[in-house]
Write a protein that binds this ligand. Sequence first.
Ligand code: HDD
Length: 684
Amino acid sequence: MTSNQGLKISDDQNSEKAGVRGGSLLEDFLLREKITAFDHERIPERVVHARGAGAHGYFEAYEDLSALTMAAPFSEKGKRTPVFTRFSTVAGSRGSADTPRDVRGFAVKFYTDAGVWDLVGNHIPVFFINDAIKFPDLIHAVKPEPHVEIPQAASAHDTFWDFASLSPEVSHMIMWVMSDRGLPRSFANMEGFGVHTWRLVDAKGGSRFVKFHWKPVKGVQSQVWDEAQKTAGKDADYQRRDMFESIERGDFLEWDLGIQVVEEKDEFAFDFDLLDDTKLIPEELVPVRIVGKMVLNRNPDNYFAETEQVAFCVSHVVPGIDFTNDPMLQGRLHSYLDTQLRRIGPNFAELPINRPLNPVSNNRRDGFAKNTINKGRVAYFPSALGGVHPMHQPQAVDAFRSYAEKVDGHKIRARSTSFTDYFTQATMFFNSLADWEKKHLIEAIAFELNQCETKAVPKAVMANLLVNIHPELAAGVAEQTGLDIEECKRVAPKPVVTEVAAPKEMPSGRLKVERSPALSMDKVTKGIKGRKIAVLAGEGVDGEQLGALRSALEAQGAVIEVIADRGGTITCSLGKSVKVDRPAVNAPSVIYDAVAVPGGKSAEKLAKTGLALAFVAEAFKHGKPLVFMGEGQALIAKAHLPVPAAGAPEQGVTAGTAPAAVAALVTGLEKHRYHNRDIEAVAA
Ligand code: HDD
């Protein structure tokens, strides 16, 4: 051990004192160095997206896209570009839990051979507002209320819904966040989106519009609200732990990258404005073309140095990627650099996690914590004195040049009417959901409105947003909140928006869809790699059944955890010793995707154990597949799981033995959840 000056330290555990019981000496520079370093350990947390976790990996191009863009990652088939990706929640502080209902950040730093490109997106393809000047208002509204600093990491409070009710452009995004999309099961089960319409620029200067999509190979899967709340208490680090452990065991996180390309000539072909980030381009109108994949395969060595200090900026682009006039994107271009200067300082780009792979050469100098030792006397341009010094490169084909978009207009502070269709896509989203998804969405909005203390707030939400989105949605929320829709319409204050007429060529209701099946999560994903199965066991568990479950499921990449009433080992019916992965008190049901209860002596005891019965009932309530084998079947009745009526759809509760039981678990895990169960009477 040494000091920061390289001095060998003889004793790091005792400060220097005037006698063994005397006062500490000011002279003790080792004490002061250690404590001072500690005092300065924190940097300001991100004003939004403070809670996050990241990982390293690579992006691999499936094809050469140079006809569309000169962006380095797409220049040849099979090319790999290193990446660092950080996932985050928006509203909570750095120490908040992983599973609140919230938008998730999905920020990817590509270390390309032409410089750093940051694609700073979210797990939802649209945003609440469509002008950056409203961002501080949105965030002040959603963050804990300033007089009491309550609630942490939650939109379920007055100020958020007050703001929302007066900003009807939030409607579409509200649909997404209040659906189960707002509760991702894990980072690996989230989609990602570049959100804005961006530009791709080719080497000849030609440009087209593009939307970026990350499609998770493991499928899109979510928790349910009760489960997400419990997870926040039982394992606040659930998602970052899941990513860390997956990577450590070699089960890497993977996404396909897709693009939706719209040629310039089609800019006005849609019934919405491509520059309005509260709108998405339905995949049924412009298919998503898969062009590459991202694999996250290496955990950071140090959370602070990498995940905390990584600095994403929307303005970090490379030749081939350019901006559009989306007013949110334009505002973000300023905000991110500004925030990194405040958070980390002027030399943030020199930190290992932020440095480009290619050499940096310019006349930017000095500032706090400068790392580079610039040599020579010349730090300006032009100069004949310096010999070799940085030159700008007017001739270089691969240098960055802004796309030469024609700009012509009056200075104006207003919103185009092409941005003011607030409800069509919110309605499309609602129409696209399965019945259970609609139910969860209605319950979520009702939950949040019931949390509001000021009665006028939910009324305004009903009158200004919900009734305009869908009558079924409004009626469902009215029923669960006791709101009277007609009264809401009478008393609600009207939103204030400044609009101007859109230019003539603006959208006029041409290309649109009423329903976009791509938006529903009601899908089956092939494969069960990385899914976690709880096996409830104990002394005398049926060894054959346990063995059959384990070998069949682990062969498919699933993770089995044996849970018993204590840690250590148990002895199975075959006399073999079985390792207990977690004692029951350390194993909440919410961290598992499915449950299996093998037979044997252990099952008789489990059927009389409150913890085990609660575990099973909760997993049932959350829609998870359950398998009960042999004596384990006793738990079905003991946990009061309702037996489905004859002819009812498959409910994912199987009583049987391997291999049928294993097959049922696999089918259930691929379906993810059974949301058609009768759960009302289940006490959990
Ligand atoms: Fe933002 C962080 C995504 C609008 C200002 N934002 C931040 C992060 C993500 C996003 C993923 C975390 C990056 C990381 O992991 O370090 N933000 C979005 C998306 C938006 C958006 C998809 C809308 C389309 N953001 C937005 C606006 C503004 C900001 C309109 C300001 C005008 N965002 C910030 C910020 C943050 C940030 C203050 C906080 C920490 C940081 O940048 O590094 O600059």
